[in-house]
Each structure stands twice: as C-alpha cells, then as structure tokens.
Design a protein around this ligand. Structure first.
Ligand code: C5P
Length: 225
C-alpha cells in the first residue's frame, strides 16, 4: 500500500546514462545504471501519478504502468523531454547526461591508418536538459516543479546548493556517499529554499518512495490536484 500523494499529477523522469556516438560501432557513455530513476518512476506511478520515463541505454525492466521512451544521446533525450513536457507538472532529472559529445560522428568506422597516430576526437558541449527545462515558461510560471540530482565527490552540500541556484530548480537531491552508480541502496540529501533534509541510508526503492512524498509536500498550491 502506498499513499496516493501524487494522485492527478503528471510526472516526467529522465534516467540512465546517455551514449554519445563516435562512429557506427563506438561511443562514450558512463556507468549510470538508471536504478534510481526507474525506482522514482515506479514510486510516482504507485503514488497515483501518470508517469513517463525517458531512459538512456540501461538494462532494466519498465515499471508497471509507466510509459517509457528509450533514447541514446543527450540531444535525443532533450528532444523527447521537450516533446512531452507541456503535459507534465513535475520534472525529475536523474539521468547522468554526458557533458560532451563528439563534434562530428564519423559515418564510417574509424580505422587505424598505420601511422601510429590516434584519431583526434573533438568534443562539443551537450545541452543541459534540466537547466533548459527549468528556464521554460511553464517552470517560470510555477506550473512545472523541477527536481535535479547531484553526484559530488566532495563538499556535497555546498556544491549541490550551488548547482540548485545555477540551474534554478526548487529542489536538488544530492547522493550521499561515494559511488552510488549501480548499487541498490543510497542515502540522499534534499536541498531546497528552506534548508536541507536527509533521507538516511536505505534501498533505492524506499528512498524513491520517500522522495516522492517529499516532492508532493513541496508542490506549490497552484499545482495541487
Ligand atoms: O551539472 P551536473 O551534471 O552535475 O547536474 C546534474 C543534474 O543535472 C542532474 O539532475 C542531471 O540529470 C541534470 N543534467 C541534465 N543535462 C545535462 C547535465 C545534467 O539534465 N546535460
């Protein structure tokens, strides 16, 4: 039994890594498992919300009742999010989006040319999906509540607070403890305008349920169903 704290709400979640192609057979990605984002999507659905999950390449089953859109790159993730966004009132960005992509994806597989010289890859910065969404009229008008995540190696509170202000999101969730990637448990530090709240060490399933309740409690009156 889960209390229906998000009844009548529409929730959009990003999860997993992105994959940035170098050529048709290679690319750059990271070790995000998608577990936290999938757990949040499941918990939000169980709390009564209609949920869409935009997922990078992960090996996880789709939570029951959740609509899933699979993408590869950060640009595809942004497009999928922007296409869906008008229908949503809550945006939760858990994806570990690649900061850079290759400037030119080679149409053919890169081959060793015998010179001993490796290819010179060039990179360009990817769009910041969360910051882009937080700047939309919807978010500025207070009809879209945005939640970001932060994985920091040090000074979690200060870095997460700086990130919250830079990306202009009301709630930023910090991963406490090192190397949460791939694990089934975690601990979270919630940072909003009023200060910090700690969700102590627990399974990602339990943390996701607690986080959903914390988000529901913070929704502005204009967004209550
Ligand atoms: O700046 P940093 O990558 O640490 O920010 C993390 C937060 O921003 C996460 O919520 C992540 O999903 C989101 N993000 C994003 N698009 C990016 C980079 C990060 O949505 N290109």
């Amino acid at each position: 039994f889960a209390p229906k704290v998000l009844a009548g709400q529409q929730v959009l979640v990003t999860a997993g890594p992105t994959f940035e192609a170098i050529d048709p057979v290679r690319g750059i990605t990271n070790h995000s498992s998608g577990k936290m984002g999938f757990a949040i999507a499941r918990a939000a659905q169980e709390a009564g919300a209609r949920v869409t999950l935009v997922a990078g390449p992960v090996h996880l089953p789709t939570p029951e009742g959740v609509r899933r859109i699979d993408v590869q790159s950060a640009q595809q993730m942004l497009e999928a999010v922007e296409r869906s966004l008008p229908e949503y009132g809550i945006f939760i960005a858990t994806a570990a989006v690649a900061d850079w992509r290759t400037a030119n994806v080679s149409e053919q597989k890169l081959k060793k040319d015998g010179s001993g010289q490796p290819p010179a890859l060039q990179f360009v910065e990817n769009p910041d999906i969360l910051a882009t969404v937080a700047r939309t009229a919807q978010a500025q008008a207070g009809t879209l509540y945005c939640v970001g995540f932060a994985a920091e190696s040090h000074d979690l509170e200060a870095n997460a607070q700086a990130k919250r202000l830079r990306k202009q999101v009301p709630l930023l969730v910090g991963n406490i403890g090192p190397a949460t990637f791939g694990k089934d448990d975690n601990a979270l530090l919630l940072i909003d305008d009023h200060g910090t709240t700690e969700l102590p060490h627990a399974s990602k399933r339990v943390l996701a349920q607690q986080l959903v309740s914390e988000i529901a409690r913070r929704l502005p009156d204009t967004q209550r169903a």
